[in-house]
Design a protein around this ligand. Structure first.
Ligand SMILES: [Zn+2]
Length: 221
């Protein structure tokens, strides 16, 4: 059953959103970026400690689990729950702000993979992105906003200004996207956020944080 809609007044504005590790969300908006929450890191450290404790106290096959093992397991579950709650809370607050300010939301259709070889930081980032994306879609639906899910392929290779594609993928260490076709230079994630807008068919000109053609190419960070 569809959730009840509480339509918000139209703002006539659109936003592009790119997901990432350091910044959960980088946007074309001036004050809508969402840094990866730090509370997540502290709690994740605690969770790792309890998980190590559990591994140390794990009962041998056919033996009953020790009291210590049970205690570590309960504590790990508690921290896990807390992290999930904080994550959802942060995601909801941000989603509320974005849906209040924008009618059209173009967002990278990111699907977390949680590969075994992923680092802890990557796993935490993916979980934060997943929760944030879900909260955004839910909030937008509730308030009658339009969400455009953008296929993530090549979003880091395309120029958000002229649409040209670079020949090679930008290495992660390269934080600035410089277009060899139109000469535009902007922070890598900001460029990707703009690509979301373009891919969604939303006109970047006049969109907050996007300079119309002819404006200075170097973007202030
Ligand atoms: Zn370009």
């Amino acid at each position: 059953m569809p959730a009840r809609t509480e339509a918000l007044p139209a703002t006539g504005r659109a936003i592009g959103i790119d997901w990432g590790v350091k910044e959960t969300a980088t946007t074309t908006g001036d004050d809508h970026d969402l840094p990866h929450p730090e509370h997540g890191k502290k709690a994740a450290d605690r969770l790792a400690r309890y998980q190590k404790m559990m591994a140390r106290r794990r009962p041998r096959r056919g033996q009953a689990a020790s009291k210590g093992y049970g205690k570590a397991k309960r504590q790990a579950a508690k921290v896990h729950k807390k992290i999930a709650r904080q994550r959802r809370d942060t995601a909801r607050k941000w989603a509320k702000r974005v849906t209040a300010d924008f009618d059209q939301i173009a967002v990278e259709d990111f699907k977390p993979t949680f590969l075994a070889r992923s680092t802890m930081a990557r796993k935490a980032a993916d979980a934060a992105i997943g929760a944030t994306k879900n909260a955004l879609i839910e909030m937008a639906r509730k308030h009658g906003r339009t969400v455009h899910l953008v296929h993530p392929a090549h979003t880091t290779m395309d120029c958000g200004r002229c649409g040209a594609r670079t020949k090679r993928a930008l290495p992660l260490s390269e934080r600035t996207y410089t277009c060899t076709t139109c000469g535009a230079a902007s922070p890598r994630d900001k460029n990707s956020a703009r690509v979301m807008l373009v891919r969604a068919g939303l006109n970047p000109a006049g969109v907050e944080g996007v300079r119309p053609p002819g404006a200075p190419l170097q973007e202030a960070v």
